[in-house]
Design a protein around this ligand. Sequence first.
Ligand SMILES: Cc1cc2nc3c(=O)[nH]c(=O)nc-3n(C[C@H](O)[C@H](O)[C@H](O)COP(=O)(O)OP(=O)(O)OC[C@H]3O[C@@H](n4cnc5c(N)ncnc54)[C@H](O)[C@@H]3O)c2cc1C
Length: 441
Amino acid sequence: MPAPLMHIDSSPSLPREADVVVIGGGVAGVFTAYYLARRGVSVTLLEKGRVAAEQSSRNWGWCRQQNRDARELPMATKSLDLWEKVAQETCEDTGFRRCGLLYLSQDENELAGWTKWRDFARTAGVTTHMLGAEEATERGKATGRKWKGGVFSPTDGTADTSKAVPVAARGIMAAGGTVHQNCAARGLELSAGRVSAVVTEAGTIRTKTVVMAGGAWASSFCNQLGIRFPQASVRASILAVAPGASELPDALHTARVSLTRRGNGGYTLAISGRACVDPTPQQFRFGREFVPMFARRWRSLVPGGAKGWCAGHETLAKWALDDVTPMERNRILDPKPDMGQIRLTHQRACELLPELKRFAISDAWAGYIDSTPDGVPAIGEVEGIPGFILAAGFSGHGFGIGPGAGHLIADIITGCDPIVDPGPYRPERLKMAAWGKVAEF
Ligand SMILES: Cc1cc2nc3c(=O)[nH]c(=O)nc-3n(C[C@H](O)[C@H](O)[C@H](O)COP(=O)(O)OP(=O)(O)OC[C@H]3O[C@@H](n4cnc5c(N)ncnc54)[C@H](O)[C@@H]3O)c2cc1C
């Protein structure tokens, strides 16, 4: 059950060479290629299925600074500005709006945590408003209940997940780059230890620089090169209701359920943090490193089934470059949603916002959210393989920071001043991440 997604055409033919090849047509890969193409770099984007058909169309669309870990906050702030500019640069609508995000709570501990974050955010120049009981109740009047307090982050926003990334992919082609869908990268060729080509199912592309932005598939690809990238994913389920409700907030988080207005006027509904753990070979391999993260989240994680094992994205198998790979066998990672959770989400949303009772579920889908052990993405050149840049592990919050991540990678490749300090994202930190600091929020 895929999420609603705009179709885009691919470029006509695969080039034989390129300055940079980007693997993966999600938000990270697309914005990397977008900023490279706009700088005149010859860049080719490879996507094994359809642009944005995995995590990057299946998410809520929140582009937030609110409650970000300190390591990601500068990138989140820059990304909000970049989201605004993409619409001007492409003359197309990504659905991005700074509508503000509303958080409501009845829990003193939760409110205290938000107050602590507000105090920290001030030091980074980020504005966020704590709401007292009266103001929270007023802003949350669609719920018809009294709230102890909340937060409103006026400079945050949402983008339309059904078209934002495809629009940016068209921007790559408009700026002179190429985009190839249904074209999996099978592996790399190295010469004297550094990248010299990408082998795809449709031919080989000579290049000195490759960006691996394959989302949940990144670690299994790295494994072919002997690179140990600790990554694991969980399956989150989400639903949409048809347009028609008029009195609801654009974006609302509560502990029981959250909602987001979609580009078509409908709403996405989900339970924050709730996900199924489908065991995979990779989870066993990196299990020890993920203990702190899973321990912190154990209340919201439930055991899943064999779907993840069968999907192939977290395989430990090695494959040959002249044969069909797991990426071609599974063009789009499209796990089944947990229907029990879908019904619970809808029920909770109708209890919270009675207006929603008039609207049936129009769509339901799931997505595998890929994480690193410390909840912060791995972005940067991999030690030991010059020319191989990793950009994955966005840990459930990569959509909002996609433009900033892509810009940073383009800066690294072209030797420009980086838009943010790349230090917190360096992949080599994960060698020691086993018991490191897990992202706070
Ligand atoms: C239910 C849900 C809710 C979320 N809510 C939010 C939110 O509100 N805000 C937020 O910021 N984030 C959110 N996220 C997280 C966000 O969606 C992800 O962090 C982000 O989309 C990851 O982008 P990506 O480009 O790394 O990966 P993806 O979007 O998964 O893209 C990776 C792409 O690489 C392709 N690929 C892989 N291997 C190869 C290969 N060898 N050759 C060619 N192509 C390949 C895949 O087909 C895929 O299309 C949510 C995620 C989910 C699932």
